[in-house]
Design a binder for this molecule. Sequence first.
Ligand code: ZN
Length: 230
Amino acid sequence: MPVDEVLVDDLTRAKLGESGIADLRRRFGRGDCLTCERPLRRSVAVVVDEFYAMTRASAYHPQCHQPVWIDSGPSLIPKNQAVSYHCRLFLGPNVLSRDANPIPWFLVHPSLEILGLKPTESGMWVSSDLDIFERFGFITKLDNAPLAEPKDLVALWVRRNSVVVTALAHRWSCTGDPHTMRRLNRMKGAVVAITTVIDPGEEVTPEMLEAAVRSEQCAMGWVRLRQANQ
Ligand SMILES: [Zn+2]
């Protein structure tokens, strides 16, 4: 579930503008407060740790941290904190052959309480959440190109009725319904799609998915199913 309200300080408001603040509100999910590790609620205090392309905005309970933009270098965000994710396995549009047969999608929001920001030449700050995944072969533009297979640092396998995906240092897992699992096993893979504009912990409609893909806010790759001994 997205948060309803993000509390920011004056510097954050000046740097992001109203549209940037609205974008944070859209992208933060209700993960856990990075101070007390208890679930976030509708209103979160935003702490931005500015460090070039590694700038991070993180979410706290308002009573656990005051909103602040820190531009003195990476300083605050706990390095060993478990980051929350939500993922969902479902049958979605066939972006492999563009025919009508749906194919398995593994959709994940990888960091509900920490979002990436990067400065642009115009002075605007924009989301950098998908950049690292694009460097490893995920694509945000479907065009007419075939869906890429990301590099070896991404893996997918089935464990009982769960699908496990590892990507770089992330490990995500969720269960699928029998029909979707059969399709995944038959096709020997799934579209792994990473986004921060949809919370897969909530219902995901085809319209939401299409809008995220169309606005290039979904990093997608076809990931082959690995055998248990691989
Ligand atoms: Zn807290």
